[in-house]
Write a new protein. Structure first.
Length: 371
């Protein structure tokens, strides 16, 4: 078991929960985090970050900061990344720099300071559309990318190569990547770079493909964060959550406690080394459905507003097949959606959120990224 763990992005939502998990398991924890203002609001060390965490404030693109953070470290969990499909489509250099170049800087530093284990956060976004069966005979079928004309007609569900109707099914790691946004491309870069590095230099490496992670400590004022945090920000400000398309697109919402447990399992045992592994709940829910559930647990009668608009880079359905995580990590989700939403609602009491969604949406619209 690695004694000292560096978490890049360790002062953020997932990173801070992971720090708690690793400290409880007896590890020493260091965090490298640039405290990006969009996420942290320009404040210093977050109050929720465990006092035992050795926080280094620095950018993963800064070679000096990275090398300093690696001194005395046995394992690395690489979470540092700019997050958000929509913003990635115009802040291209920033996403490529923070995600792809930052990973390259980290890996070059690891050449001189080898570690016992490397775990990298990948993303369900690399799949593009999830997996499907043909409706007529339940045979696996590849979904074609939805065309602009199809979307403008409100034909939201993808079709097969011959126009077949499709049924969404859980997506396994065997599905070929289909990169529908700059964000997805950079997350695939992070995954592949780390796995290639691990193979070349005999560093046990695991890529964990996170699905839609939710829970306390999400950045409520970041309009490009997870959909549940965006919805919460709207509801806390008495505004209706806005839903793209028809709201029936399905996602896999996984609690942050389950995600950090999966990371700890990947760190502590070798069966998943060299592999990419889904980390989700194994369940799916519609985006409209999750908005309604959140309003209910907050005691609000504000319902989501279905806009019928499309956003460039979005996909229709994607939810996780977690068989590989169960087999290789012994992973089993322990926080059901109802329990997790209740916990989120309890945390949201007293939280203040600056609702910046309208400004972000206007930015996307001005660039032709929503229609």
């Amino acid at each position: 078991m690695a004694e000292s763990v560096l978490i890049t992005g360790g002062a953020g939502f997932i990173g801070s929960h992971l720090a708690d998990e690793l400290l409880a398991a007896g590890h020493r924890v260091r965090a490298l985090d640039s405290l990006v203002a969009q996420v942290h609001g320009g404040a210093g060390r977050p109050g929720y970050l465990n006092g035992e965490v050795d926080l280094h404030v620095g950018d993963v693109r800064d070679e000096t900061a990275v090398r300093r953070a690696l001194v005395g470290i046995d394992a690395v969990v690489h979470l540092a990344a700019r997050v958000g499909v929509g913003q990635s489509m115009y802040a291209i250099a920033e996403y490529a720099g923070a995600n792809t170049t930052g990973t390259g800087v980290l890996l070059e530093a690891l050449l001189d300071r080898p570690v016992e284990k490397l775990v990298v956060a990948s993303s369900m976004s690399i799949y593009g559309e999830g997996s499907y069966l043909r409706a007529e005979d339940r045979i696996p079928c590849v979904a074609l990318e939805r065309t602009p004309g199809q979307l403008e007609r409100g034909e939201w569900d993808p079709r097969g190569p011959a126009g077949e109707r499709l049924l969404p099914v859980p997506t396994s790691e065997e599905k070929q990547a289909a990169l529908a946004s700059i964000y997805a491309l950079t997350k695939y870069d992070q995954e592949r770079m780390c796995l290639l590095f691990g193979s070349a230099y005999d560093v046990p490496t695991v890529a964990l493909r996170f699905f839609n992670v939710y829970g306390p400590r999400q950045a409520l004022s970041n309009p490009y964060t997870g959909v549940l945090a965006i919805f919460a920000s709207r509801l806390l400000n008495g505004r209706r959550p806005l839903v793209f398309e028809d709201g029936r697109q399905r996602r896999d919402f996984v609690n942050v406690a389950d995600v950090v447990r999966a990371v700890r399992l990947a760190l502590d045992q070798p069966r998943a080394d060299g592999q990419a592994v889904n980390v989700g709940s194994g369940q799916s829910v519609s985006v409209c459905g999750i908005g309604e559930k959140l309003a209910a647990v907050l005691g609000s009668d504000i319902q989501p507003e279905v806009t019928g608009k499309l956003r460039v880079g979005d996909i229709r359905h994607c939810f996780a097949d977690i068989s590989r995580a169960r087999e290789l990590l012994g992973y089993e989700p322990q926080v059901g959606l109802e329990e997790g939403m209740a916990e989120l609602a309890q945390w949201l009491e007293g939280q203040v959120a600056a609702d910046r969604f309208d400004a972000a949406s206007a930015e996307l619209g001005a660039r032709g990224l929503t229609r």
